[in-house]
Design a protein around this ligand. Sequence first.
Ligand SMILES: [Fe+2]
Length: 283
Amino acid sequence: MQTTGTAEFSQLSAHTGMEVTGIDLNRPIDAGLQAELNRAFIEHSVLVVRGQSFTPGQMLAAVQLFGDLFVQHNTRFALPECPLIHYISNQDKYPDGRRYIPGEGYHTDHSNDRMPPKATVLHAVQLPDSGGDTQYVNMHAAYNGLPAEMRERIDPLRAVHVYQSRHSARKLLGLTENAKDRVPDAVVHPLVRTHPQTGRRAIYLNPIRIDDIVGMEEAEAQALLGQLLAHATRPEYEYRHQWRPGDLVLWDNRCLLHKANGDYDMRQKRYLYRVMLTGDVPV
Ligand SMILES: [Fe+2]
């Protein structure tokens, strides 16, 4: 049985990221260690468990240490043998033949759901020799870094999230027909949300999904969202994850934006498993 004494924790940046070594999530974990891992995830928003090796079924079992499994929207990426796991790959193409790099451009996952996933979990199966980092920016830190007048301005605002915003610079691969029935047309979420477990406030931004701000004229809304994104993605709020084979990385979609980087040799395959965990209605 693995206990809190088995694991070693080390912080990855001042505000975001905790690394864990010395544990194998395929072996039994006691309640104390499970609680410690969950506490590290909640307090540091990104939890990196090094050196794991999973079949799809083992990954599903391991991530349930942190919550319940969420059914992801675009079933085109589901593993046929294990549909609760989707894959992230650099080998897919748009219909016009251009390479599709999932996750380019800052976003938070599935915010067009009424109850967006609290966490996304990736497991690195195959990585390029270098590059392909995932960047995270901390939306608690970004919110706290705003001038008081701006916090007061955005606190009461609500935003309309859709599958693909008409303002998005990045085009998503379309939903499969069966997924269209499950994915809502539009949902409204607060632009500043309160983390249900810590009570901390965070900017809840998503340039890929936010179409409008309720009651605000389009040009003004776009200007405000652009200003918030420029502020929130400043280097001081960032933790940049350099992947190692075997990494299991769990992040908190309620208080982070993240983005992928297609900056590596595309002849090398990059392939990860992705699982999401259920969350709450943002408030
Ligand atoms: Fe994502």
